[in-house]
Design a protein around this ligand. Structure first.
Ligand code: ATP
Ligand code: MG
Length: 404
């Protein structure tokens, strides 16, 4: 048998939770994860010089190996792939004890040159192939012992070492890693159907959209645009947010924009300002439900959170909910604002979300809206409107903005 020779001795190793992906669908999930990785990485690497970047990706013993040199761009792109739990640049070494030792000492020396001598260290060997007769622990001692002999002051610390050298033994070639970056977690996007996210331009809706992506959904977008009563900056902000959310999505999806200001004006003429925001919201849900049907989405997603503002009391959420037949997912229902802010910072949507821009929900509405609007009260007010005509009018005027 001829030995396969890797074209280069550097690559990237991706970890994922095998447990979460067990069962009949495992192969399909892994394939999805690989496809998503390829798409997000190719998008990040594409440039005029390299318009359709190609790189080899292989599935090996519960790991995904990407044969592409390490860079910040690569790291950023991989850290956006849902389903991955860890990312490590690796060095590929022939599976031979002496060669492994030599490479390990070089990796250690390289670390010391950049960071100084660590106080503590450990070697962490994992054997997926019994290519070497030694057990994992014996290899830990063999390599770790040599490092310790060279630096007697170094302590071995198995729980919180300052420096870890990972060794993954494979049949022909083994992998060494020093750095382990956290992956984005969750499930591979596209393994759980399509949802439609209601995007408002605030902090919450982008986080809610990303959370649904992280559970394996593909996410489409709809925005109710208060034109001509709010400025273009408010639409531009939502487009920017959708662009950011799309960075996590292997297939970026467009933003559907409903010109909503005139509809709100009609609502405002005949309804009580105290519950107007709830009436707007019910109208949004009806329109979004129709669009969801059209694009094949099986649920709506909002950034609502219980009690965050007057329109989001449990009573008001119930009243908003009652016009929908389709499920409305609210990934942030029980989340504190601080937690949502921290998550917006983690996903990189925070800075855009805090840009000042008006949202349409407060147009023509009372500054102190009712916290207790019942479905009956809302229906009574809606009798003064031709709800289904307004829904049709909105559907007729929906525009699509590309956002990738
Ligand atoms: P966000 O930070 O997401 O704007 P918020 O705290 O400002 O939320 P609301 O303005 O009450 O809360 O909106 C609650 C949810 O309703 C939003 O998260 C979003 O899903 C939906 N929503 C509100 N306004 C719009 C809009 N103009 N277009 C689409 N969806 C909207
Ligand atoms: Mg808002």
């Amino acid at each position: 048998m001829t030995e396969p020779h890797p074209a280069q001795d550097r690559a990237i190793m991706l970890r994922y939770h095998e447990v979460a992906l067990k069962g009949d669908n495992r192969g399909w999930f892994e394939e999805r994860l690989i496809q998503n990785t390829r798409k997000l990485l190719a998008r990040a690497l594409s440039s005029p010089e390299r318009p359709s970047p190609y790189f080899r990706i292989a599935k090996e013993h519960g790991r995904i190996i990407v044969y592409e040199p390490w860079s910040t761009t690569v790291n950023t792109a991989l850290s956006r792939v849902f389903g991955l739990t860890g990312i490590s640049p690796i060095r590929i070494v022939k599976t031979d004890k002496q060669e492994l030792l030599k490479a390990a000492l070089e990796e250690f020396a390289d670390y010391v040159a950049k960071n100084g001598l660590p106080k503590s260290f450990r070697v962490e060997t994992r054997r997926s192939d019994k290519a070497l007769p030694e057990k994992s622990m014996q290899l830990d001692h063999f390599i770790g012992g040599a490092i310790k002999d060279a630096h007697p002051a170094l302590e071995v610390n198995l729980d919180h070492p300052e420096f870890t050298l990972g060794v993954e033994i494979r049949f022909h070639h083994s992998f060494l890693w020093v750095k382990k970056y956290k992956g984005a977690g969750g499930l591979p996007s596209g393994t759980n159907g399509l949802v439609l996210a209601l995007m408002s331009g605030g902090l919450d809706s982008p986080v809610a959209a990303i959370r649904s992506l992280r559970r394996g959904c593909a996410v489409g977008f709809i925005h109710f645009y208060g034109t001509p009563f709010v400025g273009e900056e408010s639409l531009a902000k939502v487009e920017d947010l959708v662009r950011l959310v799309n960075q996590y999505q292997p297939e970026p999806l467009p933003l559907h924009v409903v010109p909503f200001g005139k509809i709100q004006e009609k609502i405002a003429l005949v309804t009580n300002p105290k519950i107007r925001t709830i009436i707007y919201r019910r109208m949004m849900v009806r329109i979004a439900e129709q669009l969801a049907k059209k694009i094949g989405a099986s649920a709506l997603v909002t950034g609502e959170s219980i009690g965050q503002v007057a329109s989001q009391t449990l009573d008001n959420l119930t009243t908003i909910n009652s016009v929908a037949k389709i499920p409305i997912l609210r990934p942030l229902t029980c989340q504190d604002k601080e937690e949502i802010i921290a998550e917006a910072q983690r996903w990189g949507t925070y800075e855009t979300s805090i840009r000042p821009a008006a949202d349409c929900c407060t147009l023509f509405a009372d500054r102190h809206p009712s916290t207790r609007c019942t479905p009956g009260l809302a229906e009574e007010q809606e009798e003064r409107l031709s709800v289904s005509e307004l829904v049709l009018e909105a559907l007729d005027t929906i525009g699509i903005r590309p956002t990738h």
